[in-house]
Design a protein around this ligand. Structure first.
Ligand SMILES: CC(C)(COP(=O)(O)OP(=O)(O)OC[C@H]1O[C@@H](n2cnc3c(N)ncnc32)[C@H](O)[C@@H]1OP(=O)(O)O)[C@@H](O)C(=O)NCCC(=O)NCCS
Length: 171
């Protein structure tokens, strides 16, 4: 399962990606609005990759590694996951984006997300996708807007106690 876009190659995140993903996940600027907002240790990134790989094995979908075609570098994640941290919107599938700081501002997040959404609506046959964004995460809100997503609700993530804007897109 691989998807090629103009500048990126999307492929299922694998356990072997942990070393390349670790510095991105360890960057406080990247992680500021994700979960508790804390940088992740290499061990936490390893656990994440293992969990995502198991999800792909079991369900046939999950988060993608974003490989930059020009360099082969892993430059981020195109997330596809169940937003279990926000029970009030379930059932739902969430699209998300995470890009290495030295690659911000190039449009990689919307480019990857368009491909992930195409996979979700096409291959998986979903008719709706959501994105749960920390309300103060202006760059991420902008990505959702560029994708044509609309604000569905403002709420609070109970486990993290952070304000969350839920965006949605229908097929
Ligand atoms: C959010 C993120 C994925 C965006 O990735 P990207 O590839 O840089 O996205 P883009 O190149 O499309 O740029 C983001 C857009 O937000 C805008 N933007 C950036 N910072 C902004 C800010 N502080 N306020 C308002 N808009 C901002 C940019 O101008 C751009 O919009 P434009 O194309 O209309 O000029 C990236 O910033 C990131 O990885 N952040 C950390 C992880 C994260 O928070 N992920 C989202 C979790 S919900």
């Amino acid at each position: 399962m691989e998807i090629e876009t103009e500048r990126l190659l999307l492929r299922p995140l694998a356990t072997a990606d942990a070393a390349a993903l670790a510095p991105i996940n360890a960057d406080p600027e990247v992680m500021r609005y994700i979960g508790y907002g804390e940088p992740r240790t290499p061990e936490q990134t390893e656990a994440l990759c293992a969990k995502v790989a198991a999800h792909w094995d079991e369900h046939g979908w999950g988060a993608f590694a974003l490989s930059e075609r020009a360099t082969g570098d892993l430059v981020g994640l195109g997330v596809l996951a169940t937003p279990a941290f926000l029970p009030e919107i379930l059932p739902a599938v969430e699209v998300g984006w995470r890009v290495a700081r030295d690659r911000w501002g190039r449009g990689y997040a919307p480019e990857a997300a368009r491909a992930v959404i195409g996979f979700a609506f096409g291959d998986l046959g979903l008719d709706r996708i959501v994105s749960c964004i920390h309300t103060e995460n202006a760059a991420s809100v902008r990505v959702a807007e560029k994708l044509g997503m609309t604000l569905e609700r403002e709420t609070t993530v109970p486990v993290y106690e952070v304000p969350c804007s839920v965006y949605e897109l229908k097929a």
